[in-house]
Design a protein around this ligand. Structure first.
Ligand SMILES: [Zn+2]
Length: 240
């Protein structure tokens, strides 16, 4: 699929659209001409939702990347190549994941700026998310302070841009290539997520337009899985 067919790359707030079924495998694995369903990747879980043909609804239960395509697993067979369909994302789940993911970028940058920690992994979720940091000192109090610092940054209401650019252009961005640049090898150009004046990193995930939409985050716990995996768990405040 080309970037143009992957609708969430340009518009992370697209919830409903019309398209056609491109191919069907084993009755339940659907490739669409255009899709905004996010496939499991980069630590962000897949979107759920539904694909509707005429009055028949097919629940989207899993979305993954297979052989350069985004494949949607539906709950029952029936869709055929060429079918005109309406798609709808389960927005509450997706929007929560957008908050979690954008918070992860802010927290990663704070951990880098304040403690020199680089991000070694992450697993985002609806109820809680975790980030692994490579960090010499495992100091829980300092980590808690960094969560508070993250909330102070969120309160600054910085806008978030998503831009395609060459690697050379990206390298020139202020604050680029700090915490864990997970390069998007499958795309011809880099998609860079820029939190204005604060952080920029290559990322193919779905992000908010402004960090204020996160609200605030809350420290849950930190566990020590070794020097390269100081594991920090957080959740959204006033949610769940
Ligand atoms: Zn991201």
């Amino acid at each position: 699929m080309t970037n143009d067919q992957v609708l969430y790359l340009k518009d992370c707030y697209l919830k409903e659209w019309e398209t056609k079924v491109k191919s069907v495998s084993k009755g339940k694995f659907i490739v669409l001409k255009n899709t905004a369903f996010y496939p499991k990747s980069g630590g962000q879980p897949w979107d759920t939702g539904k694909i509707t043909k005429d009055d028949e609804e097919y629940k989207v239960v899993y979305v993954g990347k297979f052989g350069g395509n985004i494949s949607h697993e539906v709950d029952k067979p029936g869709l055929k190549p060429g079918d005109k369909v309406k798609c709808k994302i389960d927005w509450e789940r997706r929007y929560t994941l957008m908050k979690m993911h954008t918070a992860a970028h802010v927290l990663s940058r704070v951990m880098y700026n304040e403690s020199g920690a680089t991000t070694s992994g992450n697993k985002l979720g609806v109820d809680r998310s975790r980030i692994d940091f490579a960090l010499d000192d495992f100091d829980k109090e300092k980590i808690k302070q960094n969560i508070e610092k993250t909330n102070q940054i969120i309160a600054k209401k910085l806008s978030v841009e998503k831009k395609f650019m060459s690697k050379e252009q990206a390298m020139k961005l202020e604050g680029f290539a700090g915490p864990s640049p997970h390069l998007m090898k499958e795309f011809d150009r880099l998609r860079v997520v820029i939190i204005k004046g604060f952080d920029s990193q290559p990322c193919g995930g779905t992000h908010l337009d402004n960090i204020e939409e996160i609200g605030a985050i809350e420290f849950i716990k930190a566990s020590n899985k070794g020097k390269n995996n100081r594991r920090v768990y957080y959740k959204l405040k006033n949610e769940n």
